[in-house]
Design a protein around this ligand. Structure first.
Ligand code: CA
Length: 224
């Protein structure tokens, strides 16, 4: 059965929703503050999360923002405030849906079913990425060129993964920075260029190819 995480500091409400979900056959886990919620969400293994916005520790929007770097678990935001800004921000950050408290449990259940159906319809995650003789096995964390192993650091691997996932699409430096280093990265702004050079040193220079191409004034792309 689908496993649902409830992140809600109103313990009575969390408990009530938990009972309803368990009654529907879902497996349920709870977190009562933002940090615990983020930790659980990041650990993966949930099919869906109900995420309250007003939380102690980290608020729900911040939890969602941080979680989205690593997991794409569908999230339904919960809030007492019927704030258009919160709603827009939540959806912009990748929330699947939104419920304003107080809500009818039947409506929440219907939205949960809808969100789970949407997630199911999504294409299964690509685990093997490639470009010509270059093959990346995401799960096994390996990269090979024509069967020959290429040793990459974690960041190099992530940068290459994002470029391969978006093959044919030019990605700006800021997009790459967000996806590989995270939104709150405060270091050198030329970090992307530095890592593209590392990748070129380990791939292009060794195999005499132009894998990662520079699009002047825009960013980088791996073409087919
Ligand atoms: Ca709350």
């Amino acid at each position: 059965m689908p496993k649902i995480l409830i992140v809600e500091d109103e313990e009575k409400l969390a408990r009530f929703v938990e009972l309803e979900l368990v009654h529907e056959g879902y497996e349920v886990d709870k977190a009562f503050d933002g940090r615990d919620g983020l930790e659980k969400l990041e650990s993966g293994g949930y099919d869906l999360a109900l995420l309250d916005i007003m939380l102690p520790g980290l608020n729900g929007l911040e939890v969602l923002r941080r979680a989205r770097r690593t997991v794409d678990t569908p999230v339904i935001m919960l809030t007492a405030r019927d704030s258009v800004m919160d709603k827009v921000t939540g959806l912009d950050m990748g929330a699947e849906d939104y419920m304003t408290k107080p809500f009818e449990i039947e409506e929440l259940l219907a939205r949960i079913r809808a969100a789970l159906r949407t997630a199911e319809r999504r294409a299964p995650e690509v685990k093997v990425l490639s470009s010509g003789p270059l093959v990346m096995d995401v799960d096994r964390h390996t990269v090979q060129w024509d069967g020959q192993a290429i040793e990459l650091t974690q960041r190099e691997f992530e940068l290459l993964r994002v470029l391969l996932e978006n093959k044919g699409i030019v990605l700006s430096r800021s997009t790459l920075m967000e996806r590989v280093w995270g939104y709150d990265y405060m270091g050198e702004t030329n970090i992307v260029d530095v890592y593209v050079r590392y990748l070129r040193g380990k791939i292009d220079d060794v195999y005499g190819v132009k894998l990662v191409q520079t699009v002047r004034g825009v960013g980088y792309v791996i073409r087919e």
